[in-house]
Each structure stands twice: as C-alpha cells, then as structure tokens.
Design a protein around this ligand. Structure first.
Ligand SMILES: [Zn+2]
Length: 419
C-alpha cells in the first residue's frame, strides 16, 4: 500500500472534532425526543428543517446545492474540472424511536470532510459531493432506502411517489412540500455519473467496540431474504379428536422451525436466522390450531451460501408439514453486495496511514451504499457505537471516533476525486 499523499493528509488533518460534534448535536435538535433520541420521519417538518440546516452550511462556503425528483439533496464542492464527482453521504431521516447518529453521521461527517478539504485549500480534479438520500429508514413510507434505490433504478419513481403513510398522506404530496421549502434549488436528473462513493456510518453492532478498534473497513453488505410461511391444518376439539388423525398446524409449524434451525446450524456463527413473528389461530386452549403464520428472516454475506440455504427453506418446510398444508412465500430478496476492491483498499490505506486501529468487516444492516454499488465503485467506513446499540434512542458514539471516521473519509474523497 502506497503512503497517503500530502493532499489527503492535509484534508484529514483539517477535520475538527469539536466542530463535527457541535454540528451533530445541532442536527439532532430536529425531531429530538425526551429520551435523548431522534424522531425524524422522511419528508416531515423535522426532515425539512434538517435539510435546510445542511443547505445553510453549504451556503457559508459557497458550495452549490441541488435535488432530484425523489428529493435526494446534493451539496457540491467544485473541482478543477466538471468530470463525474467523488461522492459521500447517507440519510437524515430516522426511525420513529431512532438515535442521533444513524444516517445523520454520514451526512454531517461528510460535510465535515468537505469543509476540511476546503479549509486545507486542497484542489481536486473532480467535484466532491455530499448526498442526503431520501427516506432510508422506511419508517413512514415503505420501502426503505428509497432515495438511493430510485436513484439507482432499483425501484420505480412512480411506485415510490404513490407510497402512503399510516395517516393517509401520499408521498408525492409530502415530497412536494419538502421540495417547495427550498424553491431556489437546482434540479438534477437521475442517475448521473459518479466516479466513486464512500459512505460513513456507525457500525450498529458491537464488534469494533469489543475489539477496541476505531475504523471498520466495510467489504460488503450481507444478503437478506424474508419468507412468509403459512400452515393450514384443521381445527378440532382438544378433548375428542384422536391425536392420530389431527392436522395440528402448530405442531407442524414447530417441526418446520426446528428443521430450519438444523438447516441453519453454523459453527462459524455467520448465518443469521430469525423467526420473528409466530401467530397461531384460533388461539383457544381447547381447540386444535388450524392455522399458523410465521416469518423467516435469513441473512448471509456469501452469495453461494445465501442462495443455497435460502433456496432450501421452502423444501424444508414442505418436508416437515406433518399432514398440514404449507405455503412459503418469499417477500424480500436482496443478494449480498461486495464492495469495490479499489475503494476497500483506499479506506484501509487511509486508516493505516492515519494510524487508526481497524478491521475489515461485512455490514449486517442494509445501507444506501448497497444501491450505489451497482452504479460506481463503492465502499463504506464504520465507526464504533456504544454497546453496538442502534435503532434506539440511547444510540451513542464518541466525538474522537466520529472525527477519526471523518478523517478517513476526507482522505478517501480526495483520493477518489483525483483518480
Ligand atoms: Zn442508517
């Protein structure tokens, strides 16, 4: 690995820990909850306030701003040419009971990197951009990661615009209000070319903290699929129906789950297998259950294993139906994403050059970078979060760790913008 060049080093040095922390706290005021978390739904008044604050920061430095048809918000620092930009970003929306750092760090830390590059007087050939992708969490409008998915062409804009929240508000209207709140902003086409993408994010898991490390060099995102399994038996009287002739949907379902547990057995503890919902009808003590619904959430980082194990779920359920009928429906399928080797090297090289303890890791959670990885070389930088807690109002991260991540990010952006 070649040593980091002087421009990248200067940009990293110009990252200011106190300024970044202050900005994180300023952003966290919008949608602040009494328990110290954040409730900032996509296209809500709080989301609009957060966007306006980012636009204000950009204006201070003369960085231009733009948005596209799904409301993704871009802040651009010009390069010496108009070639495709080096891009970073994440999301400003939160879970209903979310924390201050999930998503917001990737945008605010991205802006800190941009400011550092500016203050260090580093010129880059390509422009550098920070993006706030719309509606990553999917708490108000489904599906999540909507802004990046629509941008990448993985989800149709027309379908996104028709999403409806639980109050009956149509996304198209909430988005129009959001865009009208910043009327002067330029509009961009989707997708436009990007030279590379690096997203900074809190880890949302405990590994960095447990190993006393500062930087996660993210090599990819594990694959995820969801199945909805329905078991149909026959209701009968618990006192009179002989055991032998019964079609007990619960006993069938329990046998299926036990068989799936065996299928998913994994010494290396890489497989993630969860039955998170299990409903039994009619749920009366003296009636043989006639119907069970359960879900399977299965995740794995390796494509071959993901396809193999995921593909056997239906057969295992059918083979263990014990006289009941079973239907297995796949409702989500997202294959593992492997990030670009060059971007992974860039992140690792920056962490090494800045003397930051680091490890390579696969993301357990989904991120906007998954969709952007289909368009240009992409990668991610993780920083530790306290006790691995996320999607929780108590979510926390340290100012030095956040600054370290922003330093790595600044160095990587300069690298991407000059290659
Ligand atoms: Zn996030």
């Amino acid at each position: 690995m070649s040593a980091m060049n002087e421009q990248s080093r200067a940009a990293a040095r110009a990252v200011d820990e106190a300024r970044l922390w202050r900005r994180m706290m300023d952003m966290a005021r919008f949608g602040a909850t009494p328990a110290g978390g954040v409730n900032r739904a996509a296209f809500s008044p709080e989301d609009i306030q957060a966007r306006k604050l980012l636009i204000e920061w950009a204006a201070e430095f003369g960085f231009s701003t733009a948005s596209d048809e799904i409301g993704n918000l871009y802040v651009r620092r010009a390069g010496t040419t108009d070639e495709a930009p080096a891009v970073t970003g994440s999301h400003l929306d939160s879970q209903p009971k979310g924390g201050k750092f999930d998503g917001a760090y990737g945008v605010v830390g991205g802006f800190e990197a941009l400011e550092a590059i500016e203050r260090a007087g580093v010129e880059t050939r390509r422009p550098i951009e920070v993006v706030a992708w719309s509606n990553e969490e999917g708490g108000r409008f489904q599906p999540g990661a909507m802004g990046s998915a629509v941008f990448a062409g993985d989800f149709a804009l027309e379908d996104a615009l028709m999403a409806v929240d639980t109050n009956g508000v149509v996304l198209r209207d909430a988005l129009r209000e959001t865009l009208d709140s910043t009327p002067a902003m330029a509009r961009r086409d989707m997708p436009h070319a990007m030279a590379g993408y690096v997203e900074a994010h809190i880890e949302q898991g405990p590994r960095l903290e447990n190993d006393n490390l500062t930087i996660g060099v993210v090599s990819g995102v594990q694959g995820l699929c969801w199945y909805r399994v329905e078991v149909f038996g026959a209701e009968a009287h618990a006192g009179t129906a002989p055991l032998k002739g019964r079609k007990d949907a619960l006993k069938s379902a329990v046998t299926m789950v036990a068989a799936l547990e065996q299928l998913m057995a994994d010494e290396s503890d890489t497989v993630r297998f969860t039955v998170g919902r299990f409903e039994c009808d009619p749920g009366a003590p003296s009636t043989v259950p006639g119907h069970v619904l359960f879900t399977v959430d299965f995740r794995h980082p390796d494509l071959a294993t993901f396809v193999d194990l995921g593909g056997r779920i239906k057969g295992v359920c059918e083979a263990n139906a014990r006289g009941s009928e079973v239907t297995v429906e796949r409702i989500i399928y997202s294959e593992p994403v492997v990030f670009d080797a060059g971007v992974i090297d860039l992140v690792r090289g920056a962490a090494r050059a800045l003397d930051l303890p680091h490890m390579e890791m696969v993301s357990g959670a989904g991120h906007d970078a998954m969709h952007i990885a289909g368009l240009c070389p992409a990668g991610m930088i993780f920083v530790p979060c306290e006790k691995g807690l996320s999607h929780n109002e108590a979510e926390s991260a340290s100012a030095p760790d956040l600054a370290a991540g922003a330093r790595v990010l600044a160095a990587c952006l300069v690298g991407l913008a000059n290659r």
